[in-house]
Design a protein around this ligand. Structure first.
Ligand code: PEP
Ligand code: MN
Length: 347
């Protein structure tokens, strides 16, 4: 259930509503938006339902909305105007702000990572991505540089000021990854690793959750709920292609997931055209389609020399052409009413 407060509700009225919800034994999540405060009540005893519904007539309360979906905090049911704009390290994503997350598949060396980051900074991306821990299908493939990779990312962040998006695969690495990451990436293969999602929720660090290879949209939303229920509201969802019978692309990009997710959730939605396509030549059209369909951003792979990349070379864009690519994607985003937001001072 969501208790939506009036825009002019006083702090006292908000506090009263919160304690009424707590008295009923429900878990409370208060989201103080720019316009109004919304109180989420999760785990309500069925006998308390009516008592909470009666809050609608209390001073300062605009309406009480039952959430019928199995995911609660991720749901958009409490209002069509509720689109979360996440502020992460001075960058904004969602609520009309389009953000690009770009960088190589993996950290290979200081030179390769730094050179890509400099090009990305110049091109005007909002976040830099690169994996230090890589989820590879074969245990014999390169697994990432691990801690050494994290150290390189730390140096890149210090020198360029770009916020870092990097993958976490193992709960034992939460602390080390959180020291460097502004956004923790949860890979497609870990979307349903519930202990991992819970730990990320507890860490408070923002996260980008990729849709599993064969996960439904509802399962993706349920995964986000694991993070949200720990009191961490900084969740970005990512469509990255799903398994179908089609083999001409690496996965099948589910473009419909963008408007469907935007209808179901207030969370920002981004698209990864690189892993969906598996082919460099398809990355631009898929990115433009995603942006025009209303995505809040893209996460895309790029490398100074894709032909020499340690992994995912065939899909990585050449870093030297990236600025041209990005202007085309941003033009498509403008069609859907989204534009990159200026950098704000980090909180
Ligand atoms: C990646 O982003 O490099 C990656 C491994 O993605 P996914 O989990 O979507 O396969
Ligand atoms: Mn990759």
């Amino acid at each position: 259930m969501m208790i939506v407060m009036k825009a002019d509700a006083t702090q006292e009225e908000i506090d009263t509503a919160v304690s009424r919800v707590q008295d009923g034994g429900a878990r409370v999540h208060v989201s103080a938006g720019a316009e109004r405060t919304v109180i989420g009540a999760v785990g309500i005893d069925p006998q308390q339902r009516e008592r909470l519904a009666a809050l609608a007539t209390e001073p300062g309360v605009d309406r009480v909305v039952p959430i019928s979906k199995p995911y609660k905090l991720a749901s958009r049911e409490f209002g069509p105007d509720a689109e979360s704009a996440l502020e992460i390290a001075g960058r904004t994503i969602g609520g009309g702000a389009f953000a690009t997350i770009a960088g190589p598949c993996t950290v290979e060396s200081y030179e390769q990572t730094m050179s890509t980051a400099r090009t990305m900074l110049e091109a005007g991306v909002q976040f830099f991505r690169a994996g230090a821990y890589k989820p590879r299908s074969s245990p014999y493939s390169f697994q990432g540089l691990g801690r050494e990779g994290l150290d390189i990312l730390r140096a890149v962040k210090e020198e360029t000021g770009l916020p870092i998006v990097t993958e976490l695969m193992d709960v034992r690495d939460v602390e080390a990854v959180c020291e460097v990451a502004d956004v923790i990436q949860v890979g497609a293969r870990n979307m349903q690793n519930y202990p991992l999602l819970t730990e990320i929720g507890r860490s408070g660090t923002a996260t980008l959750i990729k849709r599993g290879l064969a996960a439904t949209i509802e399962e993706l939303l349920m995964a986000s709920e694991y993070v949200l229920k720990e009191g961490n509201p900084h969740v970005i969802l990512c469509e990255r292609g799903i398994r179908t019978f089609e083999t001409s692309t690496r996965f099948t990009l589910d473009i419909a997931a963008v408007p469907v997710l935007k209808e179901l959730t207030h969370l920002p939605v981004v698209v990864d055209p690189s892993h969906a396509a598996g082919r460099r030549d398809l990355v631009l059209p898929l990115s433009m389609a995603a942006a025009a369909a209303g995505a809040d951003g893209i996460i895309v792979e790029t490398h100074p020399e894709p032909e020499n990349a340690v992994c995912d070379g065939p899909q990585q864009l050449r870093a030297d052409g990236f600025a041209t690519y990005l202007r085309q994607v941003e033009a498509a985003a403008a069609l859907a009413g989204r534009a990159p937001a200026p950098v704000t001072v980090p909180a």
